[in-house]
Design a protein around this ligand. Structure first.
Ligand code: FPP
Length: 224
């Protein structure tokens, strides 16, 4: 069996998904939350041990208050409604990012969910909320503890929605990550898409700067 993977996902495309259907952007975020559930349910049997999800970037405060308020309400509601299910299924929830700019009810839901799910061993879900990788690195550096303060190395980074950029997500942890970019909009992403991305990842030869482990036939002998 493989070692457990750390998969990180930039869940992009909720707004476009809704706009394409003539719906308000919030409808995209609501359906996106359903996709989050599907991916969490599917992750353990696909060999994922840690799943880091980019739910709200520090830069997302630039959006209208109507949308950021709605997203905050959605986070609090989901932490409350999914906590029990997480407990039953051994899912540990942690939230990374700044807390001081979050509404009090979101902070309370985070603390309670983190405490109650702390013993979960099937899957660790790290939700990035008000998160900036640069800020996290700067803070860790100020405390002289970069590797300890930041998370585990990312094996596979998935970004939905067609863009091909990191957007200040896990800059340090993605040093050796494999990337999968898909045009699928986040609300349409499901267990099969996660399985396909992981199958793609597993077919890659990760060399970490060393020479190939699996030469392709005799022609690939070293000819330096
Ligand atoms: C990106 O789509 C998505 C977000 C900024 C919010 C992510 C939130 C969720 C997936 C729903 C709730 C999550 C949890 C954990 C309950 P976008 O709005 O940038 O889409 P666009 O690029 O099409 O405008």
């Amino acid at each position: 069996m493989h070692t457990k993977l750390h998969v990180a996902i930039i869940m992009d495309g909720n707004g476009r998904w809704a706009t394409l259907r003539g719906l308000p952007r919030l409808a995209g975020h609501r359906t996106g939350a359903k996709a989050v559930r599907q991916v969490i349910e599917a992750a353990p049997e696909l060999g994922v041990g840690v799943l880091t999800l980019f739910a709200f970037s520090a830069a997302n405060w630039k959006r209208p208050a109507e949308e950021t308020d709605a997203l905050m309400a959605l986070f609090a509601a989901h932490l409350e409604s999914e906590r029990e299910e997480c407990l039953i299924n051994g899912v540990r929830i942690r939230v990374i990012g700044r807390r001081d700019r979050l509404p009090q009810n979101v902070r309370d839901s985070i603390v309670r969910t983190e405490q109650e799910t702390a013993a979960g061993r099937e899957l660790e879900v790290r939700l990035a909320v008000d998160y900036s990788a640069r800020e996290a690195i700067a803070q860790a550096a100020a405390n002289a503890s970069i590797p300890r303060a930041l998370g585990p190395d990312v094996d596979l980074l998935i970004r939905t929605g067609g863009e091909q950029r990191l957007s200040d997500f896990l800059l340090w942890e993605c040093a050796w990550a494999e990337f999968v970019f898909t045009k699928t909009l986040w609300p349409d992403f499901g267990a099969a898409d996660l399985a396909a991305a992981i199958a793609d990842f597993r077919a890659r030869d990760r060399r970490f700067g060393a020479i190939p482990q699996h030469p392709i036939g005799d022609t690939m002998q070293l000819t330096l």
